[in-house]
Design a protein around this ligand. Structure first.
Ligand SMILES: [Zn+2]
Length: 131
């Protein structure tokens, strides 16, 4: 499938964005401490394929550990629609924050599991069913 343009938003709608992504090329679920707690299901896009449409002033910015990722979340509703690489290279978009994807479409998306809990980004965790 080619790139398609998707719109997405946080729960309250203060934060809205648009991204050109190829969801069929693969989505990611990770077992690291923050992805597990937020049940983050992501698709990566390069920075030029991401456009914030509204809500920069409502976005909070959480960083931890090596500070490599800006975990952006809406200060009104608390939803995290995306995270951004601190060096500006890319954006990890929450698949669950994209508009108009049917349950059937979501269920059919390919998922790659990564063992972020052990910094093994090219390996699947031993257990994935809870992610
Ligand atoms: Zn919100």
């Amino acid at each position: 499938m080619p790139l398609a343009t998707y719109r997405g938003r946080c729960h309250c709608g203060a934060v809205r964005f648009e991204a050109d992504a190829d969801l069929d090329a693969g989505t990611v679920r990770c077992n690291c401490s923050i992805c597990t707690r937020s049940r983050f299901w992501l698709v990566f896009v390069t920075a030029e394929r991401f456009r914030l449409l509204a809500g920069e002033e409502k976005l909070s910015d959480y960083r931890f550990g090596a500070q490599r990722i800006r975990h952006r979340f809406c200060s009104v509703c608390g939803v995290k629609p995306f995270g951004m690489a601190s060096d500006g290279s890319g954006v990890a978009i929450s698949v669950n924050c994209l508009d108009e994807l049917t349950p059937e479409r979501l269920a059919a998306l390919p998922v790659t599991y990564v063992d972020g809990a052990h910094d093994r980004w090219d390996a699947s965790p031993a257990v994935t069913s809870y992610l």
